[in-house]
Design a protein around this ligand. Structure first.
Ligand code: ZN
Length: 461
């Protein structure tokens, strides 16, 4: 699949990879299998200066004379061949990266890619053991982002009822609660932080969502503590049996993967990848060398059989804690490659000047995980400030917190203690809020993604 993909589509018809192979003095045929991919340099975010260079744009003359085109024309006639190539190659749809740090990058899809997206969605539904007769709510925000469209095509492809609410930005948390009251869904698909606010508000207003069987999460990482808190809220609302599944997807892969349903109380099964749609490598983030199976490293993805925008050896910047495995899944028995353990961002290590500790490297993944894992903590936000708002002063770390139950004082103490255990410092302050205030701070219903970490440090110049 990789050989054909490179020879007939990627190398002849994408500007970026065509140039790469020419500069390497390589012929597409020299990549004989996935093992040979190491001969190619990585692709990373900074390479997307001209997104069009990653799009398969066929040269008609070359396309016409390709063996596969001739075969198509001979077997189905020239009109059908033309129609088939249109479906395969003409871009008709796009999703885009969110681009918090860089300009958004559009990823184009042909009908062939939408078929893949749909097939991937059907697999998500199957792995999550959804049923056709179930009612689903898709609460991802309306946006040209993979998460929303992956969920949408999962519903249409699987042939099950799905209502898309557009998330908080479209109808507010309250609007979502009312919609869910009416629909009484079996499954909700959403971003974890938003869903958490939704369940919290629903529970506070006395909603009973007794039909819930699945929560499918995407768009953010899902720490164990978050799963626990979501499950507790569902139990409070009448659905103690709910199963929680996390998905992993990103614009560049043009597909999302999910965990299968693990038995009650067991560890998650890892993200089940689709080897017919992408080849996944795990590499040492420093050396770029592949690491052995089961070892942590950065996730690198090569799209297979995609059209529109494609990537080879794309460095995600995501670290997978326990690497990749090709062993059959202990729960569902599937033999697809699985990515195991927590996912964290390579770039979430930030440098802070805390008091006398200049240039302290702080792993924000770890801070986020320890806050999510804290049972007495309902919701939180980490805010970075400068002392007296003076750019030359030291950094301050403020934790905003909503207590779940129990006293605010013991929660403050516990947060300080957890910080000390995990890092070299304690927060400068822990400020206690109620849910309404926290929703404002996080921008629930205003932002596409709730703000868990905010940087309010003034720039130095
Ligand atoms: Zn499985």
């Amino acid at each position: 699949m990789l050989r054909r993909f490179l020879r007939e589509r990627v190398v002849p018809f994408t500007a970026h990879y065509g140039k790469m192979f020419r500069e390497l003095g390589m012929d597409a045929a020299e990549i004989r299998g996935t093992a040979d991919l190491v001969k190619l340099p990585f692709t990373s975010k900074k390479d997307f200066g001209t997104p069009k260079d990653f799009v398969i744009i066929p040269d008609e003359k070359v396309l016409k004379h390709q063996w596969s085109t001739l075969k198509l024309a001979v077997t189905h006639g020239p009109n059908a061949a033309k129609e088939s190539l249109e479906r395969e190659l003409r871009p008709i749809f796009l999703t885009s990266t969110t681009g918090r740090s860089a300009a958004p990058v559009p990823f184009l899809y042909s009908q062939h890619d939408i078929d893949r997206l749909t097939e991937g969605g059907v697999r998500l539904m199957t792995l999550c053991r959804s049923e056709r007769a179930w009612k689903h709510v898709n609460a991802f925000p309306f946006a040209p982002h993979l998460a929303f469209w992956q969920a949408h095509y999962a519903g249409t492809g699987f042939g099950a009822f799905m209502v898309s609410s557009g998330g908080g930005k479209t109808m507010g948390t309250e609007g979502n609660v009312k919609l869910i009251d009416k629909i009484d869904p079996d499954a909700i698909i959403a971003m974890p932080t938003f869903l958490y606010h939704l369940l919290q508000e629903g529970a506070a207003k006395g909603s009973r969502w007794k039909n819930l069987k699945r929560l499918v999460l995407g768009g953010e990482k899902v720490p164990a503590g978050m799963r626990r808190k979501l499950k507790a809220l569902c139990a409070e609302m009448g659905s103690p049996e709910v199963s929680i599944m996390s998905t992993y997807g990103f614009t560049e892969a043009k597909i999302a993967w999910t965990e299968c349903m693990s038995p009650e109380g067991e560890e998650p099964s890892g993200f089940h990848s689709y080897p017919d749609m992408a080849f996944v490598e795990v590499v040492d983030p420093d050396t770029g060398e592949r690491v052995p199976d089961g070892q942590p490293g950065e996730i690198v993805v090569t799209t297979l059989d995609a059209r529109g925008t494609v990537v080879l050896r794309y460095r995600t910047g995501d670290l997978i804690e326990n690497g990749i495995t090709y062993e059959p899944c202990p729960y569902c028995g599937r033999t697809c490659p699985r990515l195991l353990g927590k996912i964290s961002r390579v770039s979430d290590i930030r440098e802070l000047d805390i008091g006398k500790l200049k240039g302290t490297l702080v792993d924000f993944n770890r801070l986020e995980n320890l806050l999510d894992d804290l049972d007495g903590l309902g919701a939180w936000q980490i805010e970075l400030r400068k002392r007296n708002d003076d750019p030359l002063e030291s950094d301050q770390v403020i934790v905003h917190a909503v207590p779940m139950n129990g006293s605010a004082d013991s929660l403050k103490e516990e947060i300080g203690k957890r910080f000390r255990d995990a890092t070299e410092f304690t927060p400068n302050d822990v400020l206690i809020h109620d849910w309404e205030e926290m929703r404002k701070l996080q921008g629930v219903g205003k932002e596409l993604k709730e703000k868990k970490v905010v940087d309010h440090r003034p720039a130095e110049n």
